[in-house]
Design a protein. Structure first.
Length: 158
């Protein structure tokens, strides 16, 4: 079941994120404040995938300044950006990431953007399979799992 994330869900979301980080290295560096990382003040909405007794997925929307190449395509310097998307290893293979993304798309008013590291092979496949359009590739200021500046692919959904 996909539903809006509540403040009371954050502990279970942190537990789910820890599973993902252990399995996939996402996020690359464990945040000093994982609750704050999952629920930054700028996040306008968030949803979770839940099963009895567990959070198995998460996604949020954050208004952000866009990379100039992406801003030119979107026609705006800012857009709602998909953030903190993950599904736990135990929740995979059932279309939960796709359902979370469909929820985001159904709730957003206007174009959406997202960025993903080139290490996120499964995420890239999901985005491209579901109609997201890659519009730019840049280097991040943070390091990927290999210790190199991450290669970031930027996507839009009109």
């Amino acid at each position: 079941m996909i539903r809006p994330r509540l403040e009371a869900d954050l502990g279970a979301c942190v537990e789910a994120l820890a599973e993902v980080q252990k399995a996939d290295g996402y996020p690359v560096s464990w945040p000093a404040d994982p609750r704050g990382w999952l629920a930054p003040p700028s996040m306008v909405r968030a949803w979770i995938a839940v099963e009895p007794g567990a959070v198995v997925g998460h996604v949020g929307l954050v208004p952000e300044d866009l990379d100039p190449a992406v801003a030119e395509i979107v026609g705006s310097a800012r857009a709602l950006t998909v953030a903190r998307l993950f599904v736990t290893p135990g929740g995979r293979g059932r279309g939960l990431a796709e359902k979370l993304m469909a929820t985001v798309r159904g709730q957003a008013d206007g174009p959406l953007a997202l960025e993903v590291s080139d290490e996120g092979v499964a995420a890239i496949a999901l985005y491209e399979r579901t109609g997201w359009r890659r519009v730019a590739t840049t280097r991040a200021t943070w390091l990927n799992n290999a210790g190199q500046p991450a290669v970031m692919h930027h996507y839009v959904m009109p």
